[in-house]
Design a protein around this ligand. Sequence first.
Ligand code: AMP
Ligand code: GLY
Length: 428
Amino acid sequence: MNDKNLKVLVLGSGGREHTLARICDQSPIVEKVVVSPGNGGMAGEFETFSVGVEDNEAIVSLAKAEEIDLVVVGPEVPLCNGAVDALNEAGIPAYGPNKSAARLEGSKAFSKDFFARQGIPTAEYGNFNEVGPALAYLSTCKMPIVVKASGLAAGKGVLICENREEAEEAVREMLAGSSFGESGKEVVIEEFLEGEEASLHLVCSGESYVALPMSQDHKKVGEGDIGLNTGGMGAYAPTRLVTPEMLAQYEKSIVRPTLAGLKAEGIDFRGTLYVGLMLTTDGPKVLEFNVRFGDPETQVILPLLEDDLVPLLLASARGEELPSSVHFKDAYAMVVVLASAGYPESYPKGEVISAPSDFPEGSQLIHAGTKLDEEGKCVTAGGRVLGAVGIGSSLQEAREKANSVCESVDFPSKYFRRDIGHREFSRT
Ligand code: AMP
Ligand code: GLY
């Protein structure tokens, strides 16, 4: 295969995948992007297939039938389910970690033990699969304390407990009850950390990696960071919270030991490593590893890349060395998530979305929980419906552009936070 006229399959249906599909489509070495299963916005822009992300056999058949040169796997579920292993066995390059490497996200207990073995800074913790020892450990802990379902829980498996009673109840419900199903059959009990959070994304291939601009997500549903945790209500990049010197320090104390440690443990890590950091007064601590791009962080990180993304994805998928430096634009990006009111609990679906067909330079509308109904109308189909993206020469300009996208789009339950980036704007 020569690296021209590539056909790329993007797997997934969220804002992250819509962004990945658009960015791959702009690559001069890509002839065609197809998506599966996609969403209402992707369906209008790309050839769309209906294969679900959890069916490895069907994914391989689709990639073969469509003569795909590179599969980009968006979400964590297929990565933890071995989609990349299945594609590689069939000789198809796929971007993302294999099943063994995906345990860094799929099992918080596994990743915490990995941090301990490799000396990666993280919160004090204990892993438990029985109620008795978990309660005994809790009796030794300071409050508040954090109780986490070890397995995948779509960002909802983390409970911050103010007192012992709450923590004991969380532990019992996960281990003895059925909250979070199989994902809650092992729990991590973790020291509560205070500080500001930042997301570091790395495209990795073994021990070589490319660090992408630092971003900051807004996980709480309400303005002022109050209310329930969500998958993310908005993000911006880059953030001044992390200086280039600090980033160099994180690479030394976290990134390189992680990739070297994985290699020493027999894991050739390929794909995205997303390091969720808490910047505490004791220095940076890793809250979690994810093994895919963040959503909505992708919407603000990838547009800042000046160089072509696809050769990086391809080199990573093949296990080749990545370039030692890549170029980023001297620009800022913000995404404001347009959700359905009621998210992350219950919310209506099937509402008709009205949106302009074109946006000015530097403004984009990214689809997430949307679909086309029987009449071909684009309707809401999830909690996080759309992403309003602005890119500008300052964060202020990026915000103005994102806000005007928010105002130009409508559906009856439209809800969004108007304070995305508030920490950055209040930094002196
Ligand atoms: P995780 O999925 O582990 O990143 O947790 C989701 C969110 O819960 C994080 O982004 C933090 O806001 C919060 N969180 C997780 N672990 C801790 C901790 N040890 N201390 C304080 N907050 C935490
Ligand atoms: N926005 C948080 C995540 O993708 O995990």
